[in-house]
Design a protein around this ligand. Structure first.
Ligand code: DGT
Ligand code: MG
Ligand code: MG
Ligand code: MG
Ligand code: MG
Length: 309
């Protein structure tokens, strides 16, 4: 192609090629999800629909990019770990950041209805047509109930939020989900382990706080200010104790998906393979596994040495 006289402007572009041989983490985080989660009435403290939607988006990304070896997420964020030797987009930071943010956002928007509008039953992973029929019938009945309930409300002429159809949870144009992203480069296995420990500890601390806070509000009939006041200056142990003695709730029995977040990892069966065979195999797709477990302990990483190779 002949060069035009304008082409010199290309020289103004700057690329940040991330350091070779280092681990890259791309973290996406929902923009303004405090407001977003309120607008779409997320359940408190945890909305399983939102969590499962996030997990599905992350799983699709892990499956789509060979170089993503692991992901960890909770709340409105997900961290993706790229293989140390990865050359995706020549390790160009802006390409990585923008692609992950937009791909994640696209999945989130495309799958929203499946998780938030009772369209989960359209999931192609569903087992048999018989079960599907039964579910569809139940779904119809539920929708009919909802419709009647809406009518009753309308008759009482409650003030209605005219910004959206309160009968559905459809995304509206002035409140669409967007995600930011950043790349962080880590020099060694220990810093990567510490990175994921940091995120999982954060998940734990937030979840313990939120669980206690919303229990005080929902079951203890406190105002949010009172609950905040009650929890100020408390440490973890106090919150466990409060939940147990005042509400008979053993925090340890809360679902792992809330306490531990979600880890998605590519697994490879490498038993009996030579080093060369292992390397060849690692270049192909591994089996994608989703789990909710402790990733701070050594054992988890010892069983999956390929992640940090
Ligand atoms: P940012 O990230 O700086 O744009 O601002 P936010 O508002 O996204 O703040 P961030 O990311 O620190 O916190 C995530 C927010 O999302 C937090 O306010 C709680 C909310 N959120 C996430 N998952 C759930 C959920 O399952 N249920 C409810 N009720 N809220 C959730
Ligand atoms: Mg934030
Ligand atoms: Mg956020
Ligand atoms: Mg966040
Ligand atoms: Mg192009």
């Amino acid at each position: 192609m002949a060069k035009s006289r304008y082409e010199y402007v290309k020289n103004f572009e700057q690329e940040n090629h991330l350091l070779p041989d280092c681990h890259i983490v791309v973290r996406v985080d929902g923009r303004g999800f405090h407001k977003f989660s309120k607008f779409y009435n997320f359940e408190k403290p945890n909305d399983l629909r939102a969590i499962e939607l996030m997990n599905k988006c992350a799983e699709l990304i892990v499956s789509q990019f060979d170089d993503v070896i692991m992901a960890y997420g909770d709340s409105d964020e997900y961290s993706f770990l790229l293989r140390r030797k990865c050359s995706l987009f020549e390790r160009r930071e802006s390409k990585l950041v923008s692609t992950f943010a937009s791909t994640f956002t696209s999945y989130y928007v495309a799958l929203w209805g499946r998780y938030f509008n009772g369209n989960e039953s359209r999931d192609e992973t569903r087992e048999t047509t018989e079960e599907r029929k039964e579910e569809d019938m139940k779904e119809e009945e539920r929708k009919e109930e909802e419709r009647k309930e809406e009518e009753r409300k309308a008759v009482k002429s409650e003030p209605r939020d005219d910004s959206r159809d309160s009968r559905s949870n459809e995304l509206v144009i002035h409140m669409l989900p967007t995600f930011d992203a950043r790349c962080v480069v880590y020099p060694n296995a220990q810093s990567i382990r510490d990175y994921f420990s940091w995120r999982q500890v954060d998940c734990h601390i937030n979840n313990l706080y939120n669980t206690t806070f919303w229990t005080l509000v929902q079951q203890g009939n406190m105002t949010t200010q009172e609950a905040e006041q009650r929890l100020s200056k408390t440490v973890s142990k106090d919150k466990h104790e409060l939940l147990f003695t005042e509400f008979g709730l053993n925090y340890n029995n809360e679902p792992d998906v809330f306490k531990k977040g979600t880890t998605i990892v590519k697994e490879f069966d490498t038993t009996g393979l030579s080093q060369r065979q292992v390397e060849r195999k690692m270049k192909k797709m591994g089996r994608v596994r989703v789990m909710h477990c402790d990733i701070i302990r050594d054992g988890w990483w010892d069983e999956r040495k390929w992640i940090l190779e």
